[in-house]
Design a binder for this molecule. Structure first.
Ligand SMILES: Cc1ncc(COP(=O)(O)O)c(C=O)c1O
Length: 310
């Protein structure tokens, strides 16, 4: 039994071949399992009138290859091969909208910390995935807490690489929040400034201007973050995308929201039980969120360059 059982998916692409879902197995002594030496992506494909449309695939591929660089990991498949594999997975399984998970990791050979003699394995899976933070999160917002766990600093580990091992920090922060009755966490960086959520970037609205922690704040350079910055600027907002945001500024913000491929644009209604703004989705969050969905669901011709149609 698994959470994928009723999802009507049956195929995974692994190292150049399509294999049955249940046969996509690895050895228990895989390097990546022991040391977190993998890199991955999370991409959404939206159901549109023109058919399934993958959102910002090129940027996700860029980040995928970039993430592998600090780990000296050679992803031996080309962009075309990964793109073709993904298209075929979506077609074969008749998926209209889905989440796409490419992953590359050091595989099975030796189990010293050095991965030098381990092969790089690459896989892609796709499956249907609804709202990340719960059904009413997009409309009504979520209650979050500031985690007692700090984010690893970019001087300790490359935080701009989307590395599997980093996500134990996300897991600790997110589970601490859920154990305490919150939906999600906000994680501060080593300096005590606001970094991001466990799987989301964070935006703050104050006096009609928009702020988001800068890339030097130990955050992932989120593709939804880039998208929202661009859409907000197009809408005429002043966006401060290299901000340092203190914890206290969270509580006094007019609006706060998360962005991410999984979380999309999710309003935050309370932080540590302090009501943010009016305690509901704020007007600028709502405007940017509806613009985001208008674009990703292709109810406009704008930004067609962000989409790869199946
Ligand atoms: C730690 C972290 N920050 C931010 C994000 C948002 O990034 P993106 O919009 O590229 O999904 C994610 C999700 O991938 C994440 O895991």
């Amino acid at each position: 039994m698994s959470g994928f059982d009723d999802m009507d998916v049956d195929t995974i692409w692994m190292d150049g071949e399509f294999v049955d879902w249940d046969d996509a197995q690895i050895h228990v002594l895989t390097h990546g399992l022991h040391y977190g030496s993998g890199v991955f992506e999370g991409v959404r494909c939206y159901d549109t009138e023109q058919g399934p449309a993958i959102f910002r695939w090129d940027e996700h591929l860029d980040r995928f290859y970039d993430s592998a660089k600090p780990y000296d990991m050679d992803i031996e498949f080309s962009r075309e091969e990964l793109t073709d594999a993904t298209h075929e997975l979506i077609e074969r399984q008749n998926l209209q909208s889905c989440y796409i998970r490419p992953i590359a990791f050091y595989g099975y050979n030796t189990l010293g910390v050095s991965p030098q003699d381990c092969p790089t394995r690459v896989a892609i899976a796709c499956w249907p995935w609804g709202t990340y933070l719960g059904e009413d999160a997009l409309e009504n917002g979520v209650d979050v807490m500031v985690s007692s766990w700090r984010k690893h600093a970019s001087s300790q580990i490359p935080t701009n690489a989307k590395t599997t091992g980093l996500y134990v920090n996300s897991m600790l922060a997110g589970e601490e929040a859920r154990r305490n009755g919150y939906v999600e966490a906000i994680v501060l960086n080593k300096e005590g400034n606001v970094a991001e959520g466990p799987g989301e970037n964070l935006f703050l609205v104050r006096d009609d201007a928009i702020y988001t922690p800068g890339l030097a704040e130990s955050i992932l350079d989120g593709i939804t973050r880039q998208t929202v910055i661009e859409l907000a600027e197009e809408a005429g907002y002043e966006v401060h995308e290299e901000s340092a945001i203190s914890r206290g500024e969270l509580y006094t913000a007019d609006e706060l929201f998360f962005t991410g491929s999984a979380a999309e644009v999710t309003p935050i209604k309370t932080v540590d039980d302090v009501t943010i703004g009016a305690g509901e989705r704020g007007p600028i969050t709502e405007e940017l969120q509806s613009r985001f969905f208008e674009v990703v669901e292709r109810r406009t011709d704008d930004h067609d360059e962000w989409f790869t149609y199946i």
